[in-house]
Design a binder for this molecule. Structure first.
Ligand SMILES: C[S@@+](CC[C@H](N)C(=O)[O-])C[C@H]1O[C@@H](n2cnc3c(N)ncnc32)[C@H](O)[C@@H]1O
Length: 269
């Protein structure tokens, strides 16, 4: 079952996710809210990884790198000699090589079975990747990241939660609006429908990892793409709302990390 799932995920990214569409963007980029009204918020949330990652080192592992598609992602390895892009999709790595050239090393592999020796990396990022594994392999993937991380260094994982409090609140607000006005704001389809995704929640993750890996959970981005597309609009003060939200996430990172849509999960070795 697991191998079949991974095969499907790999084929999806090779044949669809990392192929460019008519507008020049990867198919995968269309799961993001690309509208100008959300741009500043999205930019700033991507940069949050740098608040946790150690800025310098020899090797940075990017586990499930994709093509390193956004400019903000380049900043993670600025202070590192090399960025090791590891991905199950060869198409992802072809594109990553075009993007970062000699700064990168490119390895086709499974994040749940990394072909690296223990303590190999000075830093690790893994963005939106572990959720593509079956639930019973999430712990294995975390254990693999932990194994290849050097002592006293930091790993940063960004993933989505399932049915986050924030998402539930957004759905409730939309239903209330529909009831009060009889004119609903259109709910946009959820992102990440393209291939297998198994999201979890903070309680599950802590139970699953137990004492073996002690994670800290902070805010990355509370609002899902669907919530942004539904509620955030230029004419409805969308930019101001997102500036406020960003400040709230910075002020209460643990609350928004557990209850928002996307956490930053940090662990040290
Ligand atoms: C949603 S994309 C995210 C890519 C990139 N990290 C980003 O944030 O733009 C997920 C990536 O994880 C890769 N992936 C999925 N399952 C994987 C696995 N078991 N091992 C390694 N990579 C995997 C996919 O091929 C894809 O490139």
């Amino acid at each position: 079952m697991a191998d079949n799932t991974k095969q499907q995920v790999r084929e999806f990214y090779d044949e669809i996710g990392w192929q460019k569409e008519a507008d020049g963007l990867y198919q995968n980029a269309h799961y993001e809210d690309l509208r100008p009204v959300s741009r500043e918020y999205i930019h700033n949330t991507r940069l949050r990884v740098n608040d946790h990652l150690l800025p310098h080192g020899d090797l940075l592992l990017d586990a499930g790198s994709g093509p390193v598609q956004y400019d903000e992602y380049l900043t993670y390895s600025q202070g590192y000699q090399k960025r090791v892009c590891a991905d199950i999709s060869i198409q992802a790595l072809r594109e990553a090589r075009t993007r970062i050239g000699d700064h990168g090393l490119f390895v086709v592999c499974d994040v749940a079975k990394l072909p690296f020796k223990p303590d190999a990396f000075d830093g690790i990022v893994s963005m939106h990747t572990i959720h593509h594994l079956p639930a019973d392999e999430h712990k294995v993937a975390y254990a693999e990241l932990y194994r290849v991380l050097k002592p006293a260094r930091v790993a940063v994982v960004v993933n989505g939660w399932t049915n986050s409090t924030f998402d539930a609140l957004a759905k409730f607000l939309n239903r209330t609006r529909r009831f009060l006005r009889g004119k609903p704001l259109k709910v946009q389809p959820h992102e990440e429908k393209g291939t297998y995704v198994r999201k979890t929640n903070a309680k599950w993750l802590r139970q699953e990892l137990g004492d073996s890996i002690r994670v800290e959970i902070y805010a990355w981005r509370s609002a899902s793409t669907r919530t942004l597309r539904t509620f955030i609009h230029e004419k409805l003060g969308g930019r101001a709302i997102l500036r406020w939200l960003y400040k709230m996430e910075a002020k209460h990172p643990k609350f928004f990390g557990e209850n928002g849509q996307y956490p930053i999960i940090v662990f040290k070795k």
